[in-house]
Design a protein around this ligand. Structure first.
Ligand code: XIL
Length: 321
């Protein structure tokens, strides 16, 4: 049977973000995907909790797996407001924090070698209308231009790595405008931003496909390369506790999901010239992070492979064109 990565080879890489426990599906991963992101293992806070102490064993296992199977490796991430060790922010000046970050990037480079691409900054834009940048420790210490500062600092250490800005709700018009403003300002100042990661945590209820098209166009118009970086298509409307519970199997919803996925990939293919990779956030429905977020224990079914690693209807609608 033809696989995702082969079918999409003329268009873009097909990635998956996974965890060490996902290696129970090693055969599925290596036959279907040709790009790997560590879903957690390369995050600042997953690598170090105390000054000077790094634990690489989780990331190492995933990197080895990717290399053994000729998968590209996309790093995730250097600068974020979550999963970052507190110690780096304690009693520090702006200059010292930049040095701490550069040192971290250097440690990763010495350990893994320089990766091809990396999310330099994750989720810096605020969701609330009245605010532009999210209030984070990075911003408080480094100032309002911190995103530019950290891109430059990281680039000094890993000049050959394609550095991405990565964010979610990136197809909501209001947030999209703020992201575009940020990227535009950075590009005008000569900041070494290579690409935009559209996380694409979306749902069978939307965003509208037209908004998705418009967003791809808006980011590509900046001259940036694009990655669809964390794709999953949730079964829920609001993604909060107001959603009626989804009981599976539910052929109607599975069909809706399959149709949405089909249309989505049609759009991605039509912009393939701009897109380096489309990466799913997970491998099978069984282990999707959406089974724990935003409501722990609420089942979701957002991916192309079911609990047993079997292709779903959505898989076929992505494959049949
Ligand atoms: C998620 C992981 O999948 C979870 O296991 C973890 O508990 C929280 O982070 N946006 C991102 C990812 O950029 O890093 C997040 O990953 C999902 C949302």
């Amino acid at each position: 049977m033809e696989t995702l990565k082969d079918k999409y080879a003329p268009y873009f890489k097909i990635g998956t973000a996974f965890e060490n426990y996902d290696l129970v599906n090693a055969d599925l991963i290596k036959t279907q995907f040709n790009s790997m992101t560590c879903a957690n293992a390369m995050k600042f806070g997953c690598l170090t909790e105390k000054p000077g102490e790094y634990e690489f064993k989780y990331a190492d296992e995933l990197v080895k797996f990717a290399k053994d199977n000729n998968m590209a490796i996309h790093g995730h991430n250097y600068v974020w407001h979550n999963q970052t060790p507190d110690y780096i922010f304690e009693n520090t000046s702006a200059e010292e924090l930049i040095e701490t970050l550069k040192n971290h990037v250097r440690i990763l480079k010495d350990h893994f070698g320089e990766l091809d691409s990396f999310d330099a900054v994750n989720e810096a834009i605020e969701d609330k209308s009245e605010q532009y940048l999210r209030d984070t420790k990075w911003k408080r210490i480094l100032g309002d231009d911190y995103v530019s500062k950290v891109f430059r600092a990281i680039h000094e250490v890993v000049p050959n790595t394609q550095l991405f800005y990565n964010d979610y709700n990136e197809s909501f018009p209001e947030k999209r405008e703020k992201i575009v403003r940020l990227l535009k300002e950075m590009l005008a100042d000569g900041v070494p931003v290579y690409g935009m990661g559209l996380q694409s945590h979306i749902s069978i209820y939307g965003p509208d496909l037209d908004e998705i098209k418009r967003s791809i166009e808006a980011y590509a118009a900046l001259g940036l390369r694009l990655r669809i970086s964390e794709l999953d298509v949730s079964m829920y409307l609001n993604n909060n506790d107001k959603d009626p519970e989804v009981k599976m199997p539910n052929p109607e919803l599975m069909k809706k999901q399959a149709d949405y996925y089909g249309e989505l990939f049609k759009i991605y293919r039509s912009y393939a010239d701009h897109i380096d990779a489309v990466t799913f956030w997970g491998v099978t429905d069984k282990d999707s992070w959406l089974n724990y977020f935003p409501i722990p224990g609420r089942r979701n079914y957002p991916l192309l492979f079911d609990d047993n690693g079997q292709p779903k209807e959505a898989f076929y609608s992505v494959m049949n064109f």
